[in-house]
Structures are given as structure tokens and as C-alpha cells.
Write a protein that binds this ligand. Structure first.
Ligand SMILES: NC(=O)c1ccc[n+]([C@@H]2O[C@H](COP(=O)([O-])OP(=O)(O)OC[C@H]3O[C@@H](n4cnc5c(N)ncnc54)[C@H](OP(=O)(O)O)[C@@H]3O)[C@@H](O)[C@H]2O)c1
Length: 285
């Protein structure tokens, strides 16, 4: 049974490929990548697959039984066709099942809504494809916050527009564990899961960081508009708006979702404290 993973050069795709190798053996895993040379070190068969190039997937999916489709990171309107290109190719290559990495919330209007709507569009497209399917709605990655720790340390605080909102975080390692189960077990077919840990506030996030990283951070809320302008200044218009939109969604309560992690994996998601400790172990010299 061959299982292929798209965007295998990305951090999530790589984590899933490695988890699959441990579970079904490297001879059964295929890494599909827009830039194949980025995944040579994974030790599995590599095939070319750019979401904008439908015909590449007609070839890349030959002989594949189950596919993990990692959501793209292009403009949300363009993503719809890009994801459809992969699903359409899957339909004609005899592939049995597609597992799609979607995103939790938000349901309200924010600058993040176009991305969520684009993910929901692909969810529906996949459900209507006639293929077996399983969908994971990923919580917010915790790692970028931890990678930003030096900035927080310098400022002595975490500032954003999440206010009192709760956010269901996860880690790519926990997602890789869940997607490996969803790819290899048929009991998840036809299921949509929120893949996340317990939802916490930014105040709790700061307290947990202080406990693990020996910092003395305070959380300081700021307005949506001020935060948007700050993020755009640092990250540019598109990414700055997206990031501010995520925190706006948190303040609206959209990221405070119940976790289905146990249903997907048979165990609880690790705590955010444990996730931070693992990150510290993995990144300390
Ligand atoms: N839940 C969250 O908090 C969160 C946060 C950020 C993003 N996301 C979503 O999760 C996805 C995976 O996250 P990640 O951490 O793995 O991101 P990442 O490390 O930035 O990797 C992005 C991947 O997308 C690939 N890619 C870009 N354009 C492509 C195209 N046209 N066709 C095929 N592949 C393409 C890149 O390939 P190359 O090697 O060719 O560049 C790379 O492998 C993102 O794409 C985004 O949709 C979720």
C-alpha cells in the first residue's frame, strides 16, 4: 500500500513522511514536492508535484493508494483550483483515499476568513469527489510562537490582538502522529476532526513560556488595527494581514474549538506545557 504526501519539503509534510516511514516502512512512502531537490534527504521515492501543474499529479499519483494533501500557501482564491488539480488527478489515477489538512475556525469575519473559506471549499470538493476521504482541521501551530521567543524576551511581553480569546494550539509533531493514523486506518474515512490541544489564552501562553523558558513575559493586548499595521510592517501586506487575522479570529472566539484528537489517534493531545518542553529539548544545542 503506497502512501504519498504532497508538499513533502515543508515542515508539516516532512514530519508526516518521517512518521509514515516509522509506521509502514520507507519503501511504501512517496514524497511529492514542488521542488523535488528539497526532499532528497528523506530517503524515500520522490516525485514532482506543483499544485499549479495538474499534469504533474497525473504522473505523481500513479500507483498511489492513499494521499495526504497538505493545504497550499498561495492566495486563498488560487488555492481552490490548486487543490482541485490534485483531487481531479486522484480521481483518474485509481487512488482510493485522500486525507486533507484543513484548518480550524474561524466562523466570524476576520482577515483570516478567506483562508478558512478556501479550506472549507476544498473540504467540500473532496467530499464530492467520490473518493474515500478524511479531513483534519489543524489547530494553530505553536512552534512559530516559540521560534519568536527571542523577540518576546527582548520586548519583555507578548503583544497581539487576541485579547481574552482562547486558541486551540497544536504542534506539527502531534499532527504527524494523527495524520499517520488517518492515512493508515479506514475507521477515519468520512470523518472531519479538529486536530488540536486544549484551548488557552495568551495570558496562559505567557505563563507557560515563563515556566519552561525561564522568561518573565507579560501578555499585553492591542487593537486589531494597530496589530495589523505592526505585522504588515514586519511581514508584508499578505502575511501580515493573515497573521493579524488569526489573532483577530482568536479574539472572536473562533479558535476555541473542542478537540477531536483522541478520536483520530486513540490518545489525548499532549499538553501545551509538554509541547514547549519537547520544543526546548529539540532545539537546545
Ligand atoms: N495551522 C497553522 O497554524 C498553520 C500555519 C501556517 C501554515 N499553515 C498551513 O499548513 C501548510 C503546511 O505548513 P508547513 O509548516 O509545512 O509550511 P512550510 O514549512 O512553509 O512549507 C510550505 C510547503 O508548501 C510547498 N508549496 C508551496 N507552493 C506549492 C505549490 N504550488 N505546489 C506544491 N507545493 C507547494 C512548499 O514547497 P517548496 O519546497 O517548493 O517551497 C513547502 O513544501 C501551509 O501550506 C499552510 O496551508 C497552517
Amino acid at each position: 500500500m503506497k502512501i504519498a504526501v504532497t508538499s513533502a519539503s515543508g515542515q508539516l509534510g516532512t514530519a508526516i513522511v518521517k512518521s509514515l516511514i516509522d509506521t509502514i516502512g520507507q519503501e511504501n512512502v512517496i514524497a511529492i514536492a514542488r521542488t523535488p531537490e528539497h526532499v532528497k534527504s528523506l530517503g524515500v521515492e520522490v516525485r514532482a508535484g506543483d499544485y499549479t501543474q495538474r499534469e504533474q499529479f497525473d504522473t505523481a499519483l500513479q500507483g498511489v493508494d492513499t494521499l495526504l494533501l497538505v493545504s497550499g500557501n498561495d492566495d486563498p482564491e488560487k488555492r481552490k483550483q490548486q487543490h482541485a488539480n490534485v483531487i481531479d488527478a486522484a480521481k483518474v489515477t485509481g487512488l482510493r483515499k485522500v486525507v486533507y489538512t484543513s484548518i480550524i475556525g474561524p466562523l466570524s469575519e476576520s482577515d483570516f476568513s478567506p483562508i478558512v473559506k478556501s479550506n472549507r471549499h476544498t473540504e467540500e470538493y473532496l467530499k464530492g469527489s467520490g473518493l474515500a476521504w478524511s479531513i483534519g482541521r489543524n489547530g494553530v501551530y505553536l512552534e512559530p510562537d516559540l521560534e519568536y521567543l527571542d523577540h518576546y524576551r527582548k520586548d519583555g511581553k507578548i503583544t497581539n490582538c487576541a485579547a481574552d480569546g482562547r486558541c486551540a494550539y497544536t504542534t506539527r509533531g502531534e499532527l504527524a502522529y494523527a495524520y499517520t493514523r488517518m492515512l493508515t486506518e479506514d475507521q477515519h474515512n468520512g470523518q472531519t476532526y479538529n486536530l488540536s490541544g486544549p484551548a488557552i489564552t495568551q495570558y496562559e501562553l505567557a505563563d507557560l513560556m515563563n515556566e519552561v523558558f525561564d522568561t518573565d513575559l507579560q501578555y499585553e493586548p492591542m487593537s486589531v488595527e494597530a496589530y495589523r499595521q505592526q505585522r504588515i510592517g514586519e511581514l508584508g501586506e499578505f502575511m501580515g494581514t493573515v497573521i493579524a487575522g488569526i489573532y483577530q479570529g482568536i479574539s472572536n472566539g473562533d479558535m476555541d474549538v473542542p478537540s477531536d484528537y483522541r478520536k483520530a489517534t486513540g490518545r489525548e493531545h499532549i499538553s501545551i506545557l509538554e509541547a514547549m518542553k519537547r520544543f526546548q529539548r529539540q532545539t537546545s544545542p
